[in-house]
Write a protein that binds this ligand. Structure first.
Ligand code: G3D
Ligand code: MG
Length: 177
């Protein structure tokens, strides 16, 4: 069982990614107002070729935009993996990636984080792929481009999160033995 948290500024598409992934829907009336929403999903994974297994993932989606660092941090505690989303049509959401990243790493230094450029279906994209690739190389994290609207790469993004998180936990346990 893995705890996965959604990070990133307001309206970048965190909830939409989760809805697309867990219910294959987009733009439905589900709108979070206050608090934390939790979804559970069984994910089929193949850590090594020919060795399929199932991981139970608990997805945490923090509603609203808490400005209290304290609340954000409490939400992140115990996470094995985070996906950090920005909106490719809104550069400020990309610039804030650094602060989300630092916040998460300070709370969960052993966890895995994946960087997600969302809304790539839109033709008014401003943040280029190179920007995400730069952060990916700089921080040594995975980078993926998604659209919750079309579903592009959504499944791949979550599967990558889970597999990377499990590999990371295995490596950590290995070091502790
Ligand atoms: P959040 O959970 O990060 O706050 P939401 O963001 O999932 O609530 O999405 C915010 C808005 O962006 C929603 O529009 C949603 O439909 C839209 N959106 C999310 N992902 C995508 C995407 O991949 N492509 C496009 N084109 N739009 C997306 P509204 O109009 O409901 O505010
Ligand atoms: Mg939301």
């Amino acid at each position: 069982m893995l705890k996965m948290v959604a990070l990133g500024d307001g309206a970048v598409g965190k909830t939409s990614c989760i809805m697309r992934y867990t219910q294959n829907s987009f733009g439905e009336s589900y709108k979070a107002t206050i608090g934390t929403n939790i979804a559970v999903k069984d994910v089929e994974i193949e850590l090594r070729p020919g060795e399929p297994s199932v991981a139970q993932v608990v997805l945490w989606d923090l509603a609203g935009q808490p400005t209290y660092k304290d609340l954000r941090s409490r939400y992140m505690v115990g996470a094995s993996v985070a996906f950090l989303v920005y909106d490719v049509t809104r550069p400020p959401t990309f610039l804030n990636v650094a602060s989300w990243y630092d916040n998460f790493v300070s709370v969960s230094p052993e966890a895995v984080l994946i960087l997600v450029a969302n809304k790539v279906d839109r033709d008014d994209r401003i943040v280029p792929p190179e920007a995400g690739e730069m952060v990916s190389r700089w921080r040594n994290i995975e980078y993926i481009e998604t659209s919750a609207k079309t579903g592009e790469n959504i499944e791949q993004m979550f599967t990558k999160c889970v597999e990377t998180a499990i590999r990371n936990e295995e490596a950590r346990l290995g070091r502790e033995l």
